[in-house]
Design a binder for this molecule. Structure first.
Ligand SMILES: NC(=O)c1ccc[n+]([C@@H]2O[C@H](COP(=O)([O-])OP(=O)(O)OC[C@H]3O[C@@H](n4cnc5c(N)ncnc54)[C@H](OP(=O)(O)O)[C@@H]3O)[C@@H](O)[C@H]2O)c1
Length: 244
């Protein structure tokens, strides 16, 4: 599907993957709606981009407010064809404090669902649309160091699969794409240790754009993570428990 002229909202466009997606989609003549909490970064980015860009400061961890802001953004853009639900945080569960667990769930789970819901009802009414969720390879395995993060990504992938089945059951012409990145160089991972097969954000985003164009069900980013997914899916929990 050609992306030129499509109206695309990206959540979490102030840095990393979301920012690079904005750059690459703008070069493809998409009309963009960019969101994030750091408004000055949205303003700077919008000035740099070649195509028409709308911005809206938004904290997805305040779901009802974010839904309202999303509706206003879509109205300003004159419609919506694709939403990329990218905003996310990762916290290490070292101290296992409730405040950071809650913030992670509010952002990665509640915020994700709230904006997906708004987009879904918009797409149902207009009888077209494409929902793209940024999950992670982390969705496939439990991790004692980042339980909340891995579980939030498992939630996202599972939710998107259920949604795709629901859409089919109801005969709706809406596409759903689940993106599972491995390690990518972004501010989120800059202090991570022990990473491997780390991709540049440009290369990873190029593959994400290709997956959106092809309206893929699921895409591993970069592609080689498919083989890791194949392997870890079949490893029983007892093994992970044993190596901990
Ligand atoms: N980098 C990787 O290796 C990797 C791997 C797998 C999956 N991912 C996923 O890819 C997505 C993007 O991550 P990234 O690596 O690009 O990280 P990043 O550079 O830290 O970007 C995260 C983005 O999410 C936004 N965000 C965070 N909390 C928000 C909130 N409450 N409300 C609105 N926006 C919020 C941030 O904007 P503000 O701070 O301005 O609000 C920022 O634009 C995340 O969902 C992440 O889990 C990344």
């Amino acid at each position: 599907m050609a992306l030129s002229g499509k109206k695309v909202v990206i959540t979490g466009a102030t840095s990393g993957i979301g920012r690079e997606l904005a750059i690459q989609l703008s070069r493809k003549d998409c009309i963009l709606g960019l969101t994030g909490r750091r408004n000055h970064l949205l303003e700077e980015l919008a000035e740099e981009l070649p195509a028409k860009t709308y911005i809206r400061q938004m904290d997805v961890s305040r779901p009802e407010q974010a839904q309202q802001q999303m509706e206003e953004l879509v109205e300003a853009m004159g419609g919506l064809d694709i939403i990329v639900l990218n905003a996310g945080v990762s916290t290490l569960s070292r101290e296992f404090e409730w405040e950071s667990e809650r913030q992670l769930i509010d952002t990665n789970v509640t915020g994700f669902c709230a904006l997906l819901n708004t987009a879904f009802h918009h797409f149902s009414k207009q009888q077209s649309g494409h929902i793209v969720g940024i999950s992670s390879i982390a969705s496939l395995v439990p991790n004692p160091g980042s339980m909340g993060y891995n579980a939030s990504k498992a939630f996202i992938s599972n939710y998107l699969q259920g949604l795709r089945m629901r859409i089919k059951k109801n005969g709706l012409p809406i596409y759903v794409t689940d993106i599972l990145p491995g390690y990518i160089h972004t501010p989120m991972t800059e202090n991570n240790k022990g990473m491997f097969w780390v991709s540049t954000v440009e290369k990873a985003t190029h593959q994400i754009v290709a997956a959106i164009e092809k309206r893929k069900f699921k895409a591993y980013i970069t592609r080689r993570w498919f083989w890791v997914a194949l392997l870890v899916r079949n490893i029983p929990h007892r093994f992970w428990y044993w190596i901990t």
